[in-house]
Design a protein around this ligand. Structure first.
Ligand SMILES: C[S@@+](CC[C@H](N)C(=O)[O-])C[C@H]1O[C@@H](n2cnc3c(N)ncnc32)[C@H](O)[C@@H]1O
Length: 214
């Protein structure tokens, strides 16, 4: 077991190396992240919004797609890896805010965003409850969290978290753990977010939509 800071340092090293090729067709294991973007877009289309925060945005591939469709909304991308944010900024998308920060302690006022999205970043968070609490704080009442990450049945998760994740750490990756649907539900309950959709999908995907009710 590593400390929270050690995981975060590994994450920053991992994605500093990946940043310059992240959106290319040569991003290796990160190619799979692209498969989640259509799902997030389709969830977003279900409700209007103006202020969107992308937590663990990387170089901002989702923000680029959304901006291309509608540049009148206000998008904020936040990531812990400074190089990811630099690459995002270099796209020069007018009005988009790019912030280096930690998803476990979001640096925004209460009730700031209509929607928070987070894809393929959550399994890097050593204190997942802090993430949910922080999202609850920055969402406006009625706002939604749309989260995509890995999950699996509990036995498989145990094996993954005790073999694959430590091996990933040994090769310099900052993965911490994939979580079960039960864990996700209790993080939401504890933070005051109401779960509207929570399911496992093919390729070990987890879809969550949760809403701040008050
Ligand atoms: C696999 S990339 C996903 C990027 C993008 N969301 C996507 O789906 O393509 C994971 C990102 O999460 C970021 N990340 C990991 N832990 C973080 C944390 N605690 N706070 C903010 N960003 C974090 C990493 O720096 C990395 O850019």
């Amino acid at each position: 077991m590593r400390t929270a800071n050690e995981y975060k340092e590994l994450t920053i090293k991992e994605f500093t190396k990946a940043a310059d090729v992240y959106e290319s067709n040569h991003s290796g294991i990160y190619e799979i992240c692209k498969e989640d973007y259509p799902y997030i877009s389709s969830e977003l289309e279900k409700e209007d919004y103006n202020e969107l925060l992308d937590c663990g945005c990387g170089t901002g591939p989702m923000i680029s797609l959304l901006y291309e469709k509608d540049s009148t909304k206000h998008y904020t991308g936040l990531d812990i890896t400074p190089r990811m944010i630099e690459v995002g900024k270099s796209k020069n998308l007018k009005g988009v805010d790019w912030i280096v920060g930690d998803c476990e302690n979001l640096p925004f006022e209460e009730n700031t965003f209509d929607v928070v999205i987070c894809s393929n970043s959550f399994h890097h968070y050593p204190n997942p409850q802090k993430f949910f609490d922080s999202v609850h704080k920055v969402l406006r009442p009625g706002g939604r969290l749309i989260l995509q990450d890995y999950t699996a049945p509990k036995v498989i998760l145990w094996i993954m978290n005790h073999t694959e994740m430590p091996l990933a750490n040994l090769i310099g990756h900052g993965d911490v753990a994939a979580r079960s649907l039960d864990e996700i539900r209790s993080f939401c309950d504890n933070s005051g977010l109401r779960v509207e959709k929570l399911k496992r999908a093919r390729k070990m995907r987890m879809h969550l939509v949760a809403r701040k009710v008050s």
